[in-house]
Each structure stands twice: as C-alpha cells, then as structure tokens.
Design a binder for this molecule. Structure first.
Ligand SMILES: O=P(O)(O)OC[C@H]1O[C@H](OP(=O)(O)OP(=O)(O)O)[C@H](O)[C@@H]1O
Ligand SMILES: O=c1cc[nH]c(=O)[nH]1
Ligand SMILES: [Mg+2]
Length: 209
C-alpha cells in the first residue's frame, strides 16, 4: 500500500486557510497556490539522493554535498494542476514538465482525457503528478494510468486538498504510488465537491465561472 503524507507545516496551514476563503480573489489565490506548492516541494524532495563533491571555500578545500543528478518530471493535471508547477520549479528548475489533460464530467464525475504529453525518457524519470484537488480520485487514478501506460515506473501524487474517498481510490488502484497532501478534508458533497474544500480550483485559478 502506498504511503499518505499530510504536510501540515504551520506555513502551509496558514496559506491554505486563505486559499479556502471564498473572499480571496484570483490574483491572491494563484500566488498562494504557487507558494504552497513550493513549500510542499521542499518536503517532497527530502529523500533526493546526494553525492559528494570537492570545492574550495575562501578558507580551505572542503568536501560538500550536491544533489545527485536525479531525473525528475512534474506532471500537472490540466487545468488546475498548472497553478502548482511554477512553485515546484522554483526549487527544482531542472525538472521536465509534462501535461495530462483531464476534465471531470459534471454529470458522471468520471474523468475525460483530452491531452497527454510527457518527456521522452519516461522510464528513467521520477514523476510528481500535481493537482490541487483529489476528490473522487477518478482524475488522479486516470492520470497515473496515463503515465504508467507510457512506461513510467516511479510516480508520486501531490495535491493541496484531498477527500478520504479520493485517497482510498488512489491507494486501491495504484498501491505503489505515495500521496502527499496539505489537508485531508471531511467528505464529498452530492456534486463531488470536497467539503469544506475550496470550491472549483480551476475556476478560481483562472477566473472562469
Ligand atoms: O478527484 P476527481 O473527482 O476526479 O476531481 C478532481 C479533479 O477535478 C478538478 O478538475 P476539473 O475536472 O474541474 O478540471 P479543470 O482543472 O480543467 O477545472 C480538479 O482539478 C481535479 O483534476
Ligand atoms: O472540490 C472540488 C472537487 C473537484 N474539483 C475541484 O476543483 N474542487
Ligand atoms: Mg475545474
């Protein structure tokens, strides 16, 4: 079974409160989503392997650590996942970015795939799929499937807010995928929205509605 990590650092919780608040406008919402993504990227990269190099400081020669050329890929689920990408690239600028386009049919709540473009060396890369919301889990499960179908071997899933139903769906369909979330909410409502959640992440990020 994959592990579930809740990144409840005070800064993340604080920023998430303003992200949730319906009075927060598009500009601030977008900035906060990016900031939380940066903070989560800091935590999610904790296990990156290091290697030793030799450098010269102004005082002496020294052995020091650098990240050992790991190949990373960040995959936003369109549209709302895009809001998290720049925040992650601030910390890992060498990561390649792929895209998985999915929308959730409002009637059936099932994901509909409309676009997939991944880096060419899929099998060698460690991927982080990002999307602010994990609701029924249909979109996350489909995005992970889309990557696996194209050869991806190492996948993490990172979101801001998850419902228990979504976590369970990913755990069941993809037990090899660890899940990283900023907050685990109570439940889904009758329309498949997370309660209390933040509303429609894509609409709030891009000002559509
Ligand atoms: O876990 P699920 O029940 O599948 O719901 C979560 C999905 O719904 C939202 O996307 P949406 O379909 O609204 O598309 P958008 O990002 O283009 O607005 C959200 O960003 C997730 O991708
Ligand atoms: O609460 C939800 C559920 C799905 N998609 C969203 O944007 N918000
Ligand atoms: Mg949406």
């Amino acid at each position: 079974m994959g592990k579930v990590y809740v990144f409840d650092h005070p800064l993340i919780q604080h920023k998430l409160t303003y992200i949730r608040d319906k009075h927060t406008g598009t500009k601030e919402f977008r900035e906060l989503v990016e900031e939380v993504a940066t903070l989560m990227a800091f935590e999610i990269t904790r296990d990156l392997p290091l290697e030793e190099v030799e450098i010269e400081t102004p005082v002496s020669r020294a052995k020091a650590k650098v990240i050992a050329g790991k190949k990373l890929g960040v995959i936003p689920i369109l549209r709302a996942g895009i809001g998290m990408v720049d925040g992650i690239l601030k910390l890992i600028p060498a990561a390649k970015v792929g895209h998985v386009g999915l929308y959730r049919d409002p009637e059936t709540l099932k994901p509909v795939e409309y676009y997939v473009k991944l880096p060419s060396d899929v099998e060698e890369r460690d991927f982080i799929i990002v999307d602010p919301m994990l609701a029924t889990g249909g979109s996350a499960v489909a995005a992970i499937e889309a990557l696996k179908k194209r050869g991806a071997k190492s996948i993490k899933f990172m979101c801001l807010i998850a419902a228990p139903e979504g976590v369970k769906a990913v755990e069941t369909a993809h037990p090899d995928v660890d899940i990283y979330i900023a907050a685990l909410d109570e439940r889904l409502n009758d329309h498949g929205y997370i309660v209390p959640g933040l509303g429609d992440a894509g609409d709030r990020l891009f000002g559509t509605k």
